[in-house]
Design a protein around this ligand. Structure first.
Ligand code: EPU
Length: 415
């Protein structure tokens, strides 16, 4: 998918099924390094990032086969504990193989991820946590060279509740000797899903989803069969489309308990949302109201929601301020919205959005996954056609994006 073409039009309606969460399944796939045998992961989204993580596992010697939404991973007795530059460069999330490789193989050679469209993205907390567990990490030629005898449990206080650092440390601690306590841990539902997966594999983790996670190390883990939690970011995307285009939707399989703050803010914007026996029901007002939003670690408004919400607020009645607290450089999509007639000014990590009645379709670019999706949602309410270039970013994180949008009434194509 190179381009997405969107023609603004009528309201959205009907039902759409939410796929499995990208930011969960990628970590579950990394966790398969921890045990020999055959894993079955269900509710897997068919997205580029899953294929990239499958490629990484295959480069290590595993096999990964996606059949519909069922992913089978066979992890042989011996693997090559290496994540090459090409794959880490294509997908930063590859860094989460470092912890499990050190814990299970005792060696790892993982390319250092660089910066990306959000600006600098350090991994110091991942490395610090792994070192505290006893790993010896050095850097050579752009690679992290890691070695570890058996890791040893300890108390690790994270400077910030980083999702990736919590996951890397957690996946290392499950096979460490003794008890590890992670303080100021990330609380995201995807982290809790990873802990559930690991516990099913035989790990002993208590408190995942809260800021203190306690892990009693075990000697051995085994393969499992597990279904991925639904993607709250995909659900947020459909809610944003609804906010812009109007209408009424049922988001099948969406979990309202994973989206409390989002539903609350969407409520302030005038959307009606409620839990539904099949997921989440939502209906849009005539025109949404302006609200101020701040991105924060879970259970706050996710940084990944912000581009989507800014896109919707660009046609709200009144001015809003959006504050990005997680990634300093994450406002590049604003220039694209401005090309579509949005009135948004960015100062440092704030965006001042003065809602306009309507945007106008224009040729624009997707800089990353959420930016592309946000622009596509904004385009639903624009006059004329919007052509989104670099749409391959959207395919990295959204399963059948255009097909699903069309099924609920959006006038969208891809080529
Ligand atoms: N940070 C550090 N040092 C570290 C780790 C993180 O300074 O060692 C900083 C980051 O630079 C950032 C903040 O801490 O300012 C948060 O980063 P975090 O580690 O929580 O993010 P991540 O694990 O790299 C995941 C998601 C992102 C999502 C963030 C925040 C995956 C694959 N990615 O990234 O999702 O934005 O958490 O919730 O899980 C997306 O899905 O499009 C996406 C970018």
């Amino acid at each position: 998918m190179q381009r997405i073409l969107v023609r603004g039009g009528g309201p959205l309606s009907g039902r759409v099924a939410i796929s499995g969460a990208k930011n969960s399944v990628l970590k579950l796939m990394a966790a398969t390094v921890l045990a020999e045998g055959t894993f079955t992961i269900r509710n897997v989204p068919d997205i580029t990032d899953v294929r990239l993580m499958a490629e990484l596992l295959e480069a290590m010697g595993c096999t990964a086969t996606l059949d519909g939404d069922v992913l089978t991973i066979v992890r042989p007795a011996e693997i090559t504990p290496e994540a090459p530059y090409e794959l880490v460069e294509a997908m930063r999330a590859s860094i989460v193989v470092l912890g499990p490789l050190l814990a299970r193989v005792g060696r790892a050679r993982v390319s250092l991820p660089g910066g990306d469209d959000f600006g600098q993205r350090p991994i110091d907390m991942h490395l610090d946590g792994l070192r505290r567990l006893g790993a010896d990490l050095t850097f050579e030629h752009g690679y992290i060279e890691g070695r570890a005898e058996r890791l040893r449990g300890t108390r690790i206080v994270l400077e910030y509740p980083s999702v990736g650092a919590t996951e890397n440390v957690l996946m290392a601690a499950v096979l460490a000797e003794g008890t590890t306590v992670i303080e100021n841990a990330a609380k995201e539902p995807e982290l809790a899903d990873l802990a559930a997966f690991l516990n099913r594999m035989g790990a002993t983790i208590i408190g995942a989803g809260s800021s203190t996670v306690t892990v009693d190390g075990v000697e051995h883990l085994h393969p499992v069969d597990h279904a991925v939690i639904p993607d709250r970011l995909e659900a947020a995307t459909f809610l944003t489309g609804l906010a812009v285009a109007g209408g009424e939707l049922v988001l099948e399989q969406a979990r309202p308990e994973h989206m409390d703050m989002l539903m609350h803010k969407m409520g302030d914007m005038g959307l009606r949302t409620s839990a539904h026996p099949d997921g989440v029901w939502a209906a849009a007002p005539e025109r949404i109201r302006a609200v101020d939003i701040n991105s924060l670690p879970y259970p706050g408004i996710a940084t990944d929601y912000l581009p989507l919400m800014v896109a919707a607020l660009s046609v709200a009645d009144g001015p809003s301020i959006a504050t990005e607290n997680i990634f300093g450089g994450r406002f590049r999509y604003v220039d694209e919205l401005v090309r579509m007639g949005a009135d948004i000014r960015v100062e440092h990590h704030y965006a001042l959005i003065r809602g306009v009645p309507r945007l106008s379709g224009a040729p624009v670019k997707a800089h990353d996954i959420r930016a592309g999706a946000a622009i596509a949602m904004a385009a639903l309410g624009a006059d004329g056609e919007t052509v989104i270039a670099d749409a391959q970013h959207v395919a990295r994180g959204y399963d059948r994006f255009v097909e699903k949008m069309r099924s609920i009434g959006a006038d969208m194509d891809a080529d």
